[in-house]
Design a protein around this ligand. Structure first.
Ligand code: PHE
Length: 338
């Protein structure tokens, strides 16, 4: 029997060595170690052996099974290795990969973040309000009469419910003052909507940044100083800023702010960048009515408000001639700001 085991082991190792793929290796395993395999058959002879012979043969059988099993495992590993090598044949694994283009922050977001950063440092906190607004928050509470052209169906997107897409972020002034108590010092960046004909300077959705400061003794000089400082932080210390008298229903007096634009190859020109003014007492009075208290009574507080187009800020900062470029997401354009 010892002889037989040795022969089986030699044959098995030979068959394993000769196996050229997974299939023939498995055939060899079955032929020697399988239920009907040769080594299994040989161990059936154990039962005819004497007590003394049994443990000796048992050990031999085990050793043979071990040797065959580890030969199969080794062969399996070397076959897998070969398959790996074959699959990458002709491929240069040391070739550097193609670089993935890195993303960058959109110019509008860059300007918005910069503006928020400057204003927050000056003590303004972020505030927000809904884009689908009531006529009350968008117009009535802002002292805007029914027949004001901005309330027209032609200029504003109305829903059947009577609600509308806010035409400016000034509604956030009301939303904030309905809940807060003075002093209030907030900025509210966000989208605004108008039924404008789309062209190089108009979109029906654009971005505004609203500001509001209400306290016991806020003066026009505070408004002027704050906005001049802000615009110089955005566009450079030597930026020229001009306040031009204007009209808004919710501020009195009201101004439009222009900054002087020095575009390459062009005469410098003034360009409107924001609206602002001292909060109209009528706005405070309407708030007192809604709140049922007098913390915002025009006898107690004064305030200023401003609103500007973030798209406009970006266009001025980089000399972008067409506002549509800001929403088309043409990578060739966006790359300039990466
Ligand atoms: N809401 C005005 C607009 O959209 C801007 C503005 C805001 C003016 C606050 C004065 C005060 O044109």
């Amino acid at each position: 029997m010892k002889q037989e085991i040795e022969t089986i082991q030699t044959d098995a190792l030979e068959a394993i060595g000769a196996a050229s793929d997974e299939k023939s290796l498995d055939d060899a395993r079955v032929a020697f170690l399988g239920k009907k395999g040769r080594l299994t058959a040989a161990s059936a002879g154990m039962k005819d052996l004497s007590k003394e012979e049994k443990p000796v043969m048992g050990q031999l059988l085990n050793a043979a099974r071990q040797a065959i099993t580890s030969a199969i495992e080794a062969k399996q590993a070397s076959l897998a290795d070969e398959a790996d090598k074959k699959s990458v044949q002709g491929i240069d694994l040391t070739l550097p990969s193609r670089p993935l283009p890195a993303g960058a922050i959109h110019p509008l977001t860059q300007v918005k973040d910069h503006a928020i950063q400057v204003l927050r440092r000056m003590g303004f906190a972020l505030a927000e309000g809904p884009e689908i607004e009531t006529e009350f928050h968008c117009f009535d509470a802002l002292n805007t009469p029914e027949d004001q052209p901005a309330r027209n169906e032609k200029d504003t997107f109305y829903f059947d419910s009577g609600k509308l897409l806010r035409t400016h972020t000034s509604s956030v002034q009301i939303r904030t003052m309905e809940k807060a108590t003075p002093p209030v010092r907030i900025i509210a960046p966000g989208s605004a909507y108008r039924r404008d004909e789309i062209d190089a300077t108009h979109l029906s959705v654009f971005n505004q940044l609203e500001g509001l400061y209400v306290d016991t003794d806020v003066k026009l000089g505070d408004l002027k100083g704050t906005l001049e400082f802000f615009l110089r932080s955005m566009f450079g210390d030597d930026t020229e800023v001009r306040f031009r008298p204007h009209f808004f229903p919710f501020t009195e007096p009201s101004f439009e702010i222009d900054i002087k634009l020095h575009a390459k190859g062009q005469e410098p020109k003034w360009i409107e960048i924001a609206g602002c003014g001292m909060v109209d007492p009528a706005v405070f009075e309407s708030l007192c009515e809604v709140r049922g208290d007098d913390v915002f009574s025009p006898d107690k507080v004064t305030g200023y408000a401003f609103g500007m187009g973030i798209d406009r800020l970006a266009m001025i900062k980089w000399g972008i001639r067409d506002i549509r470029l800001l929403i088309e997401n043409d990578v060739r354009f966006l790359k300039r700001f990466a």
